[in-house]
Design a protein around this ligand. Structure first.
Ligand code: COA
Length: 250
């Protein structure tokens, strides 16, 4: 499906590894599809007790591939159709999700973490949500979840002003559970996944559902965000920002 997403199952843990190091794991449409399928099929696979999502050293993911955003801004590409299946697959994932974050986590690379149950970050982690600077709006339900998680003013600073967070601040903001040496990120995330996988799965599922609250509310917000996001993608502000990104090295 995508050579840039590697999915493996071992001892009850499904690992979904984004692997496009030369582009800092920027997410293409086939990558979204591969992650979606891995999450959806985990739901119906009883042997999967926990999902671990990770990237490569120095890059969890640089977020949506800006070439696809530019194509969408120019009126081509199937961005909405694909991401509108990806985001609900994260909300609807019935298995606990652990994330291993080394390096950059930009845009959806950070907002997807708001749906994870346990997040391990390296001291090299860099969390950034530059939506507004790109002429866009926050997505993935982050406009609902972030103010609840970190408070209105911190959410504004992060999601609207676009101030990035290092690992320590991300922990203060409630995005991260554990900050470790970059070389230990995968091992610590695996340790957490194994701990979760060893718990009684029925009780984990029931407790997790209670903690996560109403998926309908989050899915409703994702739809609302997506409508505005789609409109913003067509804006002159967004098109200029994407073009500036690709022109920066010329
Ligand atoms: N979409 C497409 N390509 C991307 C990308 C993205 N989101 N992020 C990085 N890349 C590409 C770069 O164009 C570059 O490709 P090239 O070598 O062919 O020029 C390569 O990945 C490495 O990125 P580079 O910018 O050289 O690395 P860096 O370490 O200096 O900076 C980032 C890393 C992530 C901070 C920077 O690339 C960036 O800001 N990317 C855009 C992130 C973004 O806005 N995402 C969307 C959020 S809504």
């Amino acid at each position: 499906m995508s050579e840039h997403v590697i999915v493996t199952d071992e001892a009850g843990i499904r690992t979904i590894r984004m692997y496009r190091p030369e582009k800092k794991n920027a997410l293409t449409l086939p990558m979204y599809e591969a992650i979606t399928v891995a999450l959806e099929s985990a739901n119906t696979n009883e042997s999967v007790r926990c999902v671990l999502i990770g990237g490569v050293p120095g890059a969890f993911t640089a977020g949506n591939d800006l070439a696809d955003f530019l194509a969408a801004a120019q009126g081509t590409g199937g961005l909405n159709r694909v991401t509108l299946r990806f985001l609900p697959s994260i909300v609807n994932c019935r298995k606990p999700m652990v994330a291993a974050v080394s390096g950059v986590a930009v845009g959806v690379g950070t907002t997807m973490l708001l749906h994870c149950d346990f997040v391990v970050a390296g001291t090299d982690a860099f969390f950034s949500t530059p939506f507004v600077g790109l002429g866009l709006v926050p997505e993935a339900g982050s406009s609902l979840i972030a103010p609840r998680l970190m408070g209105q003013r911190r959410a504004f600073e992060f999601l609207v002003m676009g101030h990035p967070l290092n690992a320590t601040r991300a922990k203060e903001f409630g995005i991260v559970n554990l900050v470790v040496d970059p070389q230990d990120v995968d091992a610590e995330a695996l340790k957490a996944a194994r701990e979760i996988a060893a718990l009684p799965p029925g009780a984990v599922a029931a407790a997790r559902a209670l903690l996560r609250g109403s998926p309908e509310e989050i899915l409703g917000r994702i739809e609302q965000e997506a409508k505005i996001f789609g409109e913003r993608l067509q804006s002159a502000e967004a098109k200029a920002a994407f073009e500036a990104f690709f022109a920066r090295k010329r």
